[in-house]
Design a protein. Structure first.
Length: 256
């Protein structure tokens, strides 16, 4: 029964995306630029222009340094604020109705958003579930600083900073989300092991792991991809799996 409901909600997410995308064409300025305008203290129209200007610069940023060390990999996300724009743009119509359905079944709980960046999942859920606790984990970088600004007046939100290969996670969580992060860390197997260990009994893990190595999608991460996907299947019960191959590998939802 859970599987049918969750699959249906996944389809609703897709329909929701295209509905909001259609509506957005009637807005005088794209809705996603307004919050960024407040953050950068400028007009939304200038946000769109800045996004287009910064994109080609960021596309060449990875190759400007030798990225073989952990310090060099981490510094990549500190060297430009472009990722704030990119994450706001790519998450502008996203919804997570399957997570909302899981959270409605529990009045209070803990959610971990790992590699949170601007905190898109937390931002979508917190108004619906203000009694939950939200922990956002990421590097100290412009995107995480935007996230701290975004949630500055919301007491249920706290932050942890990644400083090494050891995930800075403590306690148990009812839901853990790791979207657009595993392909960017050198040790995805260790990260996923830590997430599983920090799941509450009957907890849920949502994750993706794209199958497209190169640049910021680390080769070292790609070499651990198959073992990481196998670990998820062995340690947890998949409702739907991350695809084993294909550039658009989808996302998986797993139950403790």
């Amino acid at each position: 029964m859970h599987q049918v409901i969750l699959y249906s909600l996944r389809l609703i997410n897709i329909a929701n995306y295209y509905w909001l995308k259609w509506l957005d064409q009637f807005q005088p300025v794209p809705a996603w630029t307004r919050e960024l305008g407040r953050y950068f203290q400028t007009k939304p129209t200038k946000i769109l222009a800045a996004y287009r200007q910064k994109q080609p610069q960021a596309n060449n940023l990875w190759e400007k340094k030798n990225r073989n060390s952990l310090t060099a990999i981490f510094s990549f996300y500190r060297e430009t604020d472009y990722f704030i724009y990119r994450q706001c743009f790519y998450n502008r119509f996203n919804a997570w109705w399957e997570l909302a359905w899981l959270m409605r079944r529990k009045p209070k709980g803990r959610l971990l958003e790992y590699g949170a960046g601007i905190g898109p999942v937390t931002n979508w859920l917190i108004k619906k579930f203000p009694a939950w606790e939200y922990v956002l984990v990421d590097l100290d970088c412009p995107a995480s600083r935007f996230s701290r600004w975004r949630f500055r007046n919301l007491k249920p939100v706290s932050f942890k900073t990644v400083k090494s290969l050891t995930p800075p996670v403590t306690g148990k969580f009812d839901i853990i989300v790791a979207r657009n992060v595993l392909e960017h860390v050198p040790n995805p197997l260790t990260v996923v092991q830590a997430m599983i260990n920090h799941l509450s009994p009957n907890g849920w893990l949502m994750a993706d792991f794209i199958d497209s190595p190169g640049g910021e999608n680390l080769d070292s991460s790609y070499r651990q991809r198959n073992k990481t996907l196998s670990l998820l299947k062995i340690r947890l019960k998949p409702i739907f799996n991350i695809y084993s191959d294909g550039k658009d590998a989808g996302y998986g939802l797993y139950h403790q």
